[in-house]
Design a binder for this molecule. Structure first.
Ligand SMILES: *[C@@H]1O[C@H](CO)[C@@H](O)[C@H](O)[C@H]1NC(C)=O
Ligand SMILES: *[C@@H]1O[C@H](CO)[C@@H](O)[C@H](O)[C@H]1NC(C)=O
Ligand SMILES: *[C@@H]1O[C@H](CO)[C@@H](O)[C@H](O)[C@H]1NC(C)=O
Ligand SMILES: *[C@@H]1O[C@H](CO)[C@@H](O)[C@H](O)[C@H]1NC(C)=O
Length: 409
């Protein structure tokens, strides 16, 4: 009996997968000449459709001409150097390559935080918050007291995006599966066995919420987006709720986006091959399709720059991952369904609500999605808080987690 038990233990140990972590460098310069050739020979109309050279009809011709010109002159090697000033790694989980940035604080009690990007973004969305979060800095707690806090930061690439391999399953790939990868990455690959925090926006908010929902090793979640339909004005009425002016603005902005801004969502959810293949070797096409989202889902007076847009599009084009990235929508047809439920995790949740986001949830709805103990509104910033308002993003993470994060035994 005892020997059988021992054998089981030994077999179990042998089955436990060993993960290899390899240092990784961004090295895409060999792809750049082709990009510039394709871009240089692309033609655009010489004049706009009358009355349509404005953002109401998608990216305007004049904006696209400007961006195209800037992209032709773009110094990719400088960008690559900036990206490589962070430590990147890859590992293999269930035969899929997973890419991530991992920076460790020099402070021993640092809180591990996993931050997930969305579409059409990448890990680059969150590079501006990495170095500030590594430092020991002052957080302000809800009672006004202060505390020092620092973080170890992990920024993974979603499967199918830039340097992470596309999922191999023909059945598709949902947010829960990515959540499984993230928990394996944090606990088994990186050894954060006493728990970690998750954060995310767009699909990354959905993936972060599912990681929080499924894994008790997630000890706190700071979200800017939820895997449920952003709140509609009709829902607010049905719920007999009165919103603050800030919340009212958000619900209206979402309703406008639903009416005029989510055609891409339907296309990517239903015909991902068509759009993915059409854009695959079409840099000016990717520039139009992607820049519209970067520029229109953000705060016009926020910190987002054309350089952020061009780096974002370059990462998709140069890694040839636009096609696999749009399948995220097709694989998650119920990703933003109207149903609302509380996460199966009593750990604290925070919501950073940035005014210019296109998906917005009033506080009362956020409270139905998890143990909401932190809610903060920001006049500045929108759908890409790591790029359009990294300062407030960092302070939210510090203030929320300094007060509410606890390691497990
Ligand atoms: C990984 O690949 C091997 C070899 O092709 C295969 O036997 C195994 O089932 C795969 N594992 C998973 C989890 O897909
Ligand atoms: C790896 O694949 C196995 C077999 O399909 C599955 O049971 C397991 O949940 C997967 N692990 C992760 C982290 O997805
Ligand atoms: C809203 O108020 C109406 C009328 O008082 C009531 O019938 C309905 O149940 C309320 N809805 C909710 C969600 O409380
Ligand atoms: C929504 O669209 C209407 C009509 O274009 C506009 O008047 C209103 O300002 C928009 N609201 C928000 C919050 O963007």
């Amino acid at each position: 009996m005892l020997s059988q038990l021992l054998l089981a233990v030994v077999t179990g140990a042998c089955l436990a997968q060993a993960y290899t972590v390899k240092p990784f460098k961004v090295s895409l310069s060999a792809e750049v000449p082709w990009l510039k050739t394709q871009l240089a020979k692309s033609r655009l109309p010489t004049k706009p459709i009358p009355g349509a050279d404005n953002d109401d009809w998608g990216v305007s011709l004049s904006t696209l001409q400007t961006l195209r010109k800037e992209w032709l002159a773009f110094d990719w090697s400088a960008e690559e150097k900036r990206l490589n000033s962070y430590r990147h790694y890859t590992t293999v989980i269930n035969n899929s390559t997973v890419h991530f940035v991992h920076e460790k604080s020099s402070h021993p009690d640092a809180i591990p935080i996993l931050i997930t990007h969305g579409w059409p973004g990448s890990f680059d969305e969150y590079l501006p918050v990495v170095r500030p979060l590594l430092e020991s800095a002052t957080a302000t707690l809800s009672n006004g007291a202060t505390k020092k806090v620092s973080f170890d930061v992990v920024l993974p690439s979603i499967p199918g995006f830039v340097f992470s391999g596309a999922p191999s399953s023909a059945k598709g790939w949902d947010m829960e599966q990515t959540a499984g990868y993230w928990n394996t990455l944090m606990v088994d690959v990186l050894g954060y066995k006493h728990g970690y925090a998750v954060a995310g926006s767009d699909w990354g908010g959905g993936i972060a919420w599912h990681t929080y929902d499924l894994y008790p090793t997630v000890r706190a979640a700071y979200l800017n987006f939820f895997p449920t339909r952003p709140t509609t004005p009709e829902q607010v009425i049905a719920d007999n709720q009165t919103l603050t002016p800030f919340e009212q603005y958000g619900v209206e902005r979402t309703a406008n986006w639903t009416a005029t801004g989510n055609g891409y969502f339907v296309e990517q959810g239903t015909k991902p091959n068509t759009i993915g293949l059409a854009l695959f070797d079409n840099p000016v096409g990717q520039l139009a399709w992607i820049s519209e989202k970067f520029l229109q889902w953000t705060d016009p007076t926020g910190d987002m720059t054309h350089r952020d847009v061009l780096t974002g599009v370059s990462l998709y084009y140069l890694t040839r991952s636009i096609h696999s990235s749009v399948f995220q929508y097709a694989y998650n047809p119920a990703g933003f369904a109207p149903n609302v439920r509380k996460a199966n995790n009593p750990a604290p949740m925070g919501y950073g609500n940035f005014k210019w986001d296109v998906g917005n949830w009033p506080r009362y709805v956020a409270a139905q999605l998890g143990n909401l103990v932190f809610y903060r509104q920001h006049e500045k910033g929108g759908h890409f808080p790591g790029l359009d308002n990294p300062g407030d993003y960092v302070q939210d993470v510090r203030d929320f987690l300094a007060e509410h994060f606890t390691f497990s035994e």
